[in-house]
Design a protein around this ligand. Structure first.
Ligand SMILES: [Zn+2]
Length: 336
């Protein structure tokens, strides 16, 4: 039997993976056709080019987010589509890399055609897809709902209410995502967000926040999110490596950074592997905890197996350090 045997001999965990960047292009192609969508791509290969990132099409985090916004989110905007997407991601992560513990994130309000579709139908369909994959593959899986920086507070509040309602059915946490041009803490409603996140935590949801991914925000954003929101985990947070005091704070707080190596390189958040290696070396030096994640495997043309190989090849982490990062990932998972 041919299967991916992971040489680390430890359970592989992916805590940071977006539905918008993780569905195989052939499934997206079939879903788009099923829904009768008009596509700008005439052939499957043009479509593949359209919904995966390449150095020609992606020059920044914004370009990357735009692919998801313009195409994948639209194609995934029906109960049938989101169910198939959630199922297929968990199944594929398991088959390609033997990832058997996965927290999958998406924004349900970016899957309901601006309010035309009923949000509960979208969410329940996602939950069905999750349950089916868990049953078929024996994987552990949970959903994280992403709030959007570009949304008004009122919409984000609804997403949190839905996460609380579906907590028992597989929603395990909330996240704040979106382009970094508009930072979270500069939002006039930031104080209301602090309260909202606190309420979510009291209801049992895990908290993670995308921040410090690019130098558009820098270490200051990470610091404020850390102090005011106090998330258990931070998405990326690599800008913290520029600030010794902040790294010490992160280490003391025990906040875990969800690192996504290929993503940072593709979006040019870092120059290349050398810079990524230096960042990780700083985190090791200061005792900042981190996990390894794929972010958007299909969009980035990667998977967990490849991420592990790249980190070893580029001497970013040793096998032992990788093992530790996956053990840590399992212990800080929101799936209980
Ligand atoms: Zn992300």
């Amino acid at each position: 039997m041919i299967h991916y045997k992971n040489k680390l001999q430890v359970e592989l965990v992916d805590l940071h993976i977006h539905v918008g960047g993780a569905v195989a292009p052939h499934i997206m192609w079939s879903l788009a056709h099923q829904q009768g969508m008009k596509l700008p791509a005439k052939t499957y290969w043009d479509f593949w080019q359209l919904i995966t990132a390449s150095p020609e099409t992606v020059h920044s985090l914004e370009d990357y987010v735009n692919i998801m916004h313009q195409w994948t989110e639209k194609i995934q905007s029906s109960p049938e589509a989101i169910q198939r997407c959630v199922y297929s991601i968990i199944a594929k992560e398991y088959r390609s890399s033997n990832v058997s513990h996965i927290e999958l994130r998406f924004n349900p309000m970016k899957r309901n055609k601006g309010g035309e579709m009923d949000l509960d139908h979208i969410i329940q369909a996602a939950v069905h897809g999750l349950d089916q994959a868990v049953l078929d593959y024996g994987a552990k899986a949970g959903l994280i709902f992403c709030l959007a920086r570009e949304f008004p507070y009122e919409l984000n509040e609804i997403i949190v209410r839905k996460a609380v309602r579906y907590f028992k059915w597989g929603v395990v946490g909330i996240d704040m995502a979106g382009p970094e041009k508009r930072t979270f803490e500069s939002d006039p409603d930031f104080k209301r967000y602090v309260t909202l996140f606190q309420e979510a935590r009291e209801r049992g949801l895990g908290i993670t926040v995308h921040t410090g991914e690019t130098d558009a925000t820098g270490p200051e954003s990470v610091r404020q999110v850390l102090r005011d929101i106090r998330p258990e985990r931070i998405g990326h947070g690599i800008q913290a490596a520029k600030d010794e005091a902040l790294m010490k704070e992160l280490a003391v707080a025990g906040t875990v950074l969800e690192l996504c190596p290929s993503s940072n390189i593709q979006t040019r958040a870092v120059e290349g592997w050398q810079e990524f290696k230096e960042i990780v070396a700083k985190f090791k030096q200061y005792g900042v905890k981190f996990t390894i994640n794929t972010d958007g495997p299909y969009l980035l043309r990667t998977n967990m197996k490849k991420e592990i190989e790249l980190l070893l090849e580029n001497d970013v982490l040793t096998e032992d350090e990788l093992k530790q990062s996956f053990e840590l990932a399992r212990s800080v998972s929101f799936i209980k």
